[in-house]
Design a protein around this ligand. Structure first.
Ligand SMILES: *Cc1c(COP(=O)(O)O)cnc(C)c1O
Length: 409
């Protein structure tokens, strides 16, 4: 008889998005004449920009010729893409192309990276959190049992982020091995300043821990002094892996391309205390389990760095950020307390006193016909909060705010 990986049975079923979909369809059925505005989506809506499309078309034609045909490419990504990433995203930060691993998504990278750490590693995540960091470690057997009452796993260290600490996580009180950080944050939309991030880098150095830094929303940063890369912090190259993605930056959620940065100065340890290069381990893992991103997609990603590409992508990001401002300012003037939405497409609002996230969801749906995401779906410290996204249209963002002002206060 074969046995399954029973760690999977320890996963909590996520009813978040299916419950939202069910509530919305029930409401629509009963109220067919109401136009529901969806500001719950975590997916981009603007089409791929022309400069990128052009590069894709050319690459498609190229592989249809004898001379231009491409079979398997390098597992780590083509040199042309690794080089242009290094010289653009990491200009002045001295990241070399062989420290960059091109992949089909930051979600996959965040999930796959757990392969290279010991099963007994102590994991720290922020709460609320992007669920991938948690669930992939549960699957790998790094969590204890789920505590229904508290809504958390034993053996996982939760670092709460809320208005009480201004969304700056405190350092772990106990010794941890792996710390996941995501800034600009999904779901809270908040950022860390350099000196706040530096504390984590220093902690990691002192405790021989590693930071997994998810910078998927880096392109949305508008304020000065907010680090775009963890490698802007001194010493980070010895303690951090960074994940980036073309998904939110360039609308690649369907096209699929991302990359991980694993510096050659980053080492892990064996039980005997020997130092092992993580770049080597990740390279070995990648060449064994992955066959690379398609040539056409890598040419598309390359084109996001052309002058035209950059300009067009910037316009799309500005469009989303303008929506974020409309939502943020609108909610504020309606008397809500809001966070995020300045360096991020996410607005995190505090639901009125005494209300739960799901109660606010129901009220928002039935009164304003607007859909968002209850904060409690991202972790126990998300209770009392609510996420709206700027990925909709400008018209809908404006109308949603008008309805909220008219019906909710
Ligand atoms: C959207 C998102 C990503 C990007 O994932 P891809 O697999 O590259 O599409 C990564 N991290 C977070 C927190 C996200 O919200």
């Amino acid at each position: 008889m074969f046995y399954i990986n029973e760690n999977f049975l320890n996963l909590q079923e996520s009813y978040l998005f299916s419950t939202i979909a069910k509530k919305v369809s029930d409401y629509q059925e009963k109220n067919p004449n109401k136009k529901v505005i969806k500001l719950g989506i975590g997916d981009v809506t603007k089409p791929i920009v022309p400069a990128v499309l052009k590069a894709m078309h050319e690459a498609v034609d190229e592989i249809g010729t004898e001379k231009g045909f491409k079979g398997y490419g390098p597992e780590q990504g083509y040199d042309f893409l690794r080089k242009i990433i290094a010289t653009n995203d990491y200009k002045d930060l001295n990241i070399s192309e062989d420290e960059i691993f091109v992949s089909d998504g930051a979600k996959c990278d965040c999930g796959n990276i757990v392969d290279i750490f010991d099963t007994n590693s102590k994991i720290a995540i922020t709460d609320p959190v992007y669920p991938v960091y948690l669930d992939t470690n549960v699957m790998a057997g790094r969590s204890g049992n789920f505590n229904e009452e508290k809504g958390i796993y034993e053996n996982i260290v939760y670092l709460p982020v809320s208005s009480e600490n201004n969304f700056v996580p405190e350092l772990p009180k106990e010794k941890v091995d792996v710390i996941y950080l995501c800034f600009p944050n999904n779901p809270t939309g908040t950022v860390l300043k350099k000196e706040e991030l530096k504390k984590f880098v220093d902690y990691a150095k002192e405790n021989k821990a590693i930071i997994l830094f998810d910078a998927a929303y880096e392109a949305f940063i508008t304020e000065k002094d907010i680090p775009h890369s963890i490698y802007e912090i001194e010493g980070a190259k010895e303690v951090a892996i960074e994940f980036r993605s073309f998904s939110k930056t360039a609308g690649f959620t369907g096209v699929r391309c991302a990359f991980a940065v694993v510096p050659k100065t980053l080492f892990g340890y064996t039980k005997l205390g020997e130092k092992v290069s993580l770049n080597k381990l990740w390279n070995r893992r990648t060449t064994t389990k992955f066959n690379g991103v398609s040539y056409v997609v890598q040419r598309a990603a390359e084109a996001t760095y052309s002058d035209e590409g950059k300009k067009q992508i910037k316009e799309n990001i500005k469009y989303y950020l303008d929506n974020a401002k409309i939502i943020r300012d609108g909610l504020q003037s309606a008397g809500f307390t809001v966070y995020g939405g300045v360096n991020s497409p996410y607005i995190w609002l505090k639901v009125p006193d005494g209300m739960k996230s799901w109660e606010f969801f129901d009220k928002l749906l039935s009164k304003a016909n607007v859909v968002g995401t209850p904060g409690s779906g991202f972790g126990p410290h998300g209770e009392g909060y609510f996420r709206l996204t700027a990925f909709g249209t400008k018209e809908n963002s404006i109308e949603a705010i008008e309805r909220i002002k008219g019906e909710m206060i």
